[in-house]
Design a protein around this ligand. Sequence first.
Ligand SMILES: NC(=O)c1ccc[n+]([C@@H]2O[C@H](COP(=O)([O-])OP(=O)(O)OC[C@H]3O[C@@H](n4cnc5c(N)ncnc54)[C@H](OP(=O)(O)O)[C@@H]3O)[C@@H](O)[C@H]2O)c1
Length: 252
Amino acid sequence: MCMEKKLTGKVALITGGSRGIGRAVSIKLASLGAKVVVNFTSNEEAASKTINEIAKAGGQAAPYRFDVSDYQEVNSAVKEIFATHGGLHILVNNAGITKDTLLARMKPEDWARVMAVNLTGVFNCTQSAISGMMKQRWGRIISIGSIIGSIGNAGQANYAATKAGLEGFTKSVAREVASRGITANVIAPGFIETDMTSVLSEEMKAALLKQIPAGRMGTAEDVAEAVCFLASEEAGYITGHVMHVNGGLLCD
Ligand SMILES: NC(=O)c1ccc[n+]([C@@H]2O[C@H](COP(=O)([O-])OP(=O)(O)OC[C@H]3O[C@@H](n4cnc5c(N)ncnc54)[C@H](OP(=O)(O)O)[C@@H]3O)[C@@H](O)[C@H]2O)c1
């Protein structure tokens, strides 16, 4: 799928594009010819590594530090991207965090921070980009949800609520902007090997693997391939969809 330079001329913003899934998405989109803006919030070194890898492969990338939960920061960053790069065509809402604990012990601030980054962050970025995309009459909004939004998980009530919320948000936005050539979809990964899942114990991973028909955890590249497809011209009639990338863990 991601072989030809199909995205030449397109500008992509990947939130949390410096590490994990976002890093793989940034590298793949750049390999397809897109100019990528790699957002991060704290780890500048990881962002530089991703940018350097893209540049070495002949791609175009720029880092951009902002916190997706801060409306003003996001809004001015998106305005600057439109002005500097002449547009924003592909928005990948990828930045996400976990603050896991059982509901009985969950502090209001653990609930609020996960909401602010995973759900309000998606509102902030999508709303900031949408009028420019409407003027362009072309856009791809791809938000990274999670299998946990569909099946829940003990210890992740806050995270599950954000990922389920993302689906309703996306389906509504999809209906609002379909006539302007803009699609909005969710990709819901299963368990993917990144820093986020590195906290799982070996026992937990072994128990999980037994439930995954594909017999392995996913890679960030597995998710990036799905993003490339939804970002393509060819996927223009797919909108309001939740695409699962989970090795068969949930067959929906
Ligand atoms: N890994 C999985 O198994 C899995 C499964 C399903 C869904 N997902 C979802 O996939 C997405 C990426 O997960 P991942 O595993 O790749 O995570 P990760 O390795 O922990 O990377 C998270 C990325 O998000 C950035 N970020 C965090 N908070 C931010 C904020 N407030 N503003 C801007 N950027 C921020 C980080 O930047 P810094 O480096 O600067 O902190 C980093 O680039 C998340 O939405 C996650 O919920 C992951």
